[in-house]
Design a protein around this ligand. Structure first.
Ligand code: ZN
Ligand code: ZN
Length: 260
């Protein structure tokens, strides 16, 4: 009785061992094939994100450094923004997760991409398109003087929010919603780039690209006005008390490329 138990236990281990190594092999191959679709240039997945021709649902993998989680209100606002602009009958899912600090104070876009490569787990899969949203504990290496970068869309389905910079620039008053407004504004602006705005994958339906700030909209009140992702835009946003909306011309570009 004892002996047979030992034998079955050994047998089980052997089977599990084989199964595990086999699974590892296939998943490594599968991952290698699949990640390439999420490492393309910003704006190139415009149509895939907007329409349901290829992808019926969307998963947003929202990863933040411990202590730098965005507010629930901002995340809810962001999901409403995606729902209003895209056709995803299978729904939008947000998967939130925290990671330890990479322990730098300033991050280049190369650093940010490396953090994604080490931590991202969701990639386009079947009819589900995946997006990576990362909330950093440091500042952008692109900051210069009073030109402070709050977010960057750097791949076809990836963007970073410099949450630490957002917090430094917004009120610590718990009754003020300035921080959550700014978080939502920067998330939606960066997602707007990923959706192909402005002239970044969603072809222009009218001449509204800002000649002085390429890939941005010339309309000052539009979400895609360049200052929405910079510190200089904070005053206007706070004064309005609301997240800027896309203007009619940006909406027309998205609709022409499969958007809602
Ligand atoms: Zn921008
Ligand atoms: Zn616009």
């Amino acid at each position: 009785m004892k002996a047979s138990k030992v034998i079955s236990a050994l047998f089980l281990l052997a089977v599990l061992g084989t199964a595990c190594s086999k699974t590892d092999d296939t998943s490594e191959e599968a991952t290698a094939l699949v990640t390439v679709n999420n490492k393309k240039v910003t704006g190139s997945s415009s149509r895939d994100l907007l329409s349901d021709a290829k992808f019926k649902s969307m998963v947003v993998e929202l990863v933040y450094v411990k202590g730098f989680e965005p507010s629930a209100a901002a995340v809810a606002n962001f999901v409403s923004f995606i729902e209003a602009r895209t056709f995803k009958p299978g729904g939008i899912t947000v998967l939130k997760r925290e990671i330890e600090s990479p322990a730098k104070t300033v991050y280049t876009t190369t650093d940010i991409a490396a953090i994604e490569d080490a931590n991202r787990t969701k990639f386009n899969n079947g009819t589900e398109i995946a997006v990576w949203a990362y909330f950093s504990d440091g500042a952008s290496a692109e900051n210069e003087g009073n030109s402070v970068v709050l977010g960057i869309a750097y791949r076809n389905t990836s963007f970073v929010i410099f949450e630490n910079t957002i917090r430094r620039n917004t009120s610590s008053n718990p009754f003020s919603n300035t921080r959550s407004l700014l978080e939502a504004t920067v998330m939606e602006h960066e997602f707007g780039h990923i959706l192909g705005l402005t002239n970044l994958g969603a072809p222009l339906q009218s001449n509204h690209e800002d000649p002085d700030n390429s890939k941005h909209c010339v309309v000052e009140s539009c979400l895609m006005y360049f200052s929405s992702e910079m510190q200089v835009g904070i005053g206007a946003m706070a004064a309005a008390g609301a997240v800027p909306q896309l203007d009619a011309q940006c909406l027309a570009d998205l609709r022409a490329n499969g958007g809602r």
